[in-house]
Design a protein around this ligand. Sequence first.
Ligand code: SAM
Ligand code: SF4
Ligand code: SF4
Length: 352
Amino acid sequence: MTPIVAALRYCARVPLLDSLTRPLRNLRLSVTDRCNLRCQYCMPEDEYAWLPQSGVLTFEEVVRTLRIFLSLGVEKVRLTGGEPLLRRDVENLVSMIASLKGLRELAMTTNGVLLADKAAALRAAGLQRLTVSLDTLDPKTFQLLSRRDDLSRVKEGIDAARRAGFANLKLDTVVIAGVNDGEVGSLLRYSFDIGAELRFIEYMDVGGATHWRKESVVSRAQILATVEREFGAVEPLQRDSAPAERFRLRDGKTFGVIASVTQPFCKQCDRSRLTADGVWLKCLYATKGLHLRDLLKSGSSDADIAARIRTEWSARDDRGAELRASMQERTPLAPRAELQKQPHLEMHTRGG
Ligand code: SAM
Ligand code: SF4
Ligand code: SF4
């Protein structure tokens, strides 16, 4: 190997770091802003400003963009939305992404409503990991939380995912005071029964959560106290850059807590997000992003686009959740009127 080739290979392995020395490793790819549920912590309003369909990236454009991100050090991609299973032929996109060189993990977060029909095809297409959002086991609470009567379909979807061979299935539960905080124990038992790992998520004041109030947040401390009351002592496991802190019960069973509100983890954050219409956001709370679609459409080369991403990531100093945790008066990120004008602020647009 010549010295130049060796040097190039070495450079390719040096991770791209932001201004707080955080690498660019994870990309959440929102494949649609549409959703078939209306969770009260995410889409509580009656009307939404949707992204124009004409602006949504094609599968080919998504794959080209991902190739560029992979060349810059991204290793893990998670498909999300909105509801990713509403994107037509999403399994074809999965298959196109799964074959990309350099990708270590391909995952999806879904509400599970359409999963029963899709699980086997997603697995066959190369999807490796699946997270299903499940906030309640009670049909009435499900209806109250999501304004749809689909709990049984979600559970069928979870069963189908297990049959399809998704071994490391995860369940995500947003815990809201007075709504589903009485179900911490039963949801955990359900996760143990089906061999999935459940993560309790603190209710965040992200864009879209227009009904957020700090009194509705059930904290990590409260969640852990409830688990200890019902299951005995919990032991924290070694933490990595993932948002969830993991815990083990005395019998070895595990679960996670994502404490974005009371113990934000921005210091380790290696995640960014790409909206369905190609806006790249360096933080869940970012108010502005880089319009990659404009670059893709304007004839920029892959090298030009990579250079723009490199410059942006190198300058990144985002610590959205930490900054919000230090606010005296905490209210939702954006009022409804602003969200109507700027749909990119919405959680269902940027991808959770
Ligand atoms: N529709 C899919 C689903 O619900 O799984 C994927 C998109 S959704 C935006 C991704 C995740 O964001 C879900 O697990 C959801 O519970 C979480 N989420 C949405 N709004 C949230 C909020 N205000 N606080 C905490 N988590 C939230
Ligand atoms: Fe609920 Fe996910 Fe839809 Fe938001 S995007 S309303 S969290 S199902
Ligand atoms: Fe990362 Fe922003 Fe979330 Fe902090 S708030 S963990 S910087 S995405």
